[in-house]
Design a protein around this ligand. Sequence first.
Ligand code: BGC
Length: 393
Amino acid sequence: MFKKNSMYVVLTALIIAASALTACQSAATEEAAVVEEPAMEEAAPAEEAAPAEEATLAVGIVLPTKDEPRWIQDETRFKDALTAAGYDVEILFSQGDSAKEKANVEALISKGVKVLIICPQDGTAAAAAAEEAGAAGVKVISYDRLIRETDAVDYYVTFDSIAVGANQGQYLIDNATGTGNPLYLYAGAASDNNAFLFFEGAWSVLQPKIADGTFVVKNSSEAVALQDTAELTRDEMSKIIGQVTTNWDFNTAKNLAEANLTATTAADKGVVYILAPNDGTARAIADAFGTDTDVTQFYVTGQDAEIASVQYIIDGKQSMTVFKDVRTLVKDAISAAVALLEGNEPVASGAYDNGVKEVPAIQSAVVTVDKANVQSALIDSGYYEASQFTGLE
Ligand code: BGC
């Protein structure tokens, strides 16, 4: 749980102001990048201004996998921001493997980075890599996902992940009428602390609506057994997540959805409500539900505003996504890294308990996007280009 400190209100105002600034900067950056790219590829004639020199920032970045568009978004936004600031920084991917992640961290330590920005593949397994970095005098910033069970985490930049889950749950509630609506629950990987935060947020709004009969959970006996419990312990959540985890994997999600549809009857279908934890799994689950002839209509959630899911939303195949503006997260991470390099404390608006320590944190807000606001939230805001999609009105 995110604990706000007393400066929260003032800091929130500052963060909003900074975000507005970043939005302007990002738009400018994107234009600049278009102009600069050819100059970097071709040899510049002597009389032309030389491209800005790239300085090496003593920061290394480790991201979980290239196999999910979400993390490619982060890589792209990091590159945009760092190029604009004139820095050259190495970004390594762990490809879903904690051993590779540790090797990446060791490689960065041996190259002399002073700050590590790392999104852990497995929040607890990453503690060893963080400790190794700490022992080498490297400051560690946990990026989007919290590294757990170690004090070797200096700072955490994240989105409001409880709100992500709450927005997903609320979307299903807002689209349900009457009682007895079939609800299918899906969750992220249990090795990712965020999976618990998303589920906690979703449960906080869905549980009263399950308890009052608006929804009936169809694919988790553990959720049914706990349906009168408003606040779940981590162990209780583990039991439910254990039954409905997608492991953040498209195939696992698709196979699980298909197995759930096989195990339920036509009476458990009709108009169904699906809590899918992110866009990749939402598309896989939507494809499975879309081919079941007993499912007449379905509402399915997501998060990340991945391009493919934005197209699914435009096409009516996914109901919503939760937009997490990665530009803000990248900006916060770079600001924190620069503060740490300069020997300062990064600005924190609260803290997250990682099981061992209260990690100072900054978190940013999220936005629900569906067909009604896809244009204003994602295109008019400059996050994506209209030309990346078909069928936009
Ligand atoms: C991130 C999500 C992402 C998921 C799967 C979570 O930790 O917050 O944005 O979809 O991991 O990679």
